[in-house]
Design a protein. Sequence first.
Length: 197
Amino acid sequence: MKALNQQINFIMEIDKLKAVYRQTTVKEDNNRQENSAEHSWHIALAAIILQEYAGKKISISRVIQMLLIHDVIEIDAGDLFAFEDQKNQDEQEIKEKKAAERLFSLLPQNQAKEFKDLWFEFEACISNDACFAKAIDRILPLFINMRNDGGSWVKHSISKSQVLKRNSYLKEASPKLWAYVQDEVEEAVKNSWLEDK
């Protein structure tokens, strides 16, 4: 019964992810900010749909697990805009590691270890599964911004080079999706949604 109570407590704790908002907006809902729970569901489904474009052999079930838990840490650490400066990125990394320790330790010991290991594998991009998961996590905001007249890129004056750098995981994880990103970025520059630098 103790393990079940721990699992239920974790399930209820991660419900708080619905209250963590991102810079990406939901065009179909008056451009409100999407929350991290919605993002996690969306990228998990995107990974299933796009798995045929993985450049290396992957286990889609492991990719999905990583994508569903990768942002749970934002319950404690909050969401940091993807293009924040390096100092803020470094501070966020420390917050996220603390959050991973606290949140996953709510689970029974064996599950806590499994979730922590998956989360750290994703963060470090140390396997084909993790690199593909990270690439999908990075490409989805591009899809959204391209269909929302530049969305958060325009709002924050983001440049072509920033988007290409952020999506560089795709070079190895999915060469076909990387080619797609490059074409989309050029289109975004033509539309003045991204600064040409």
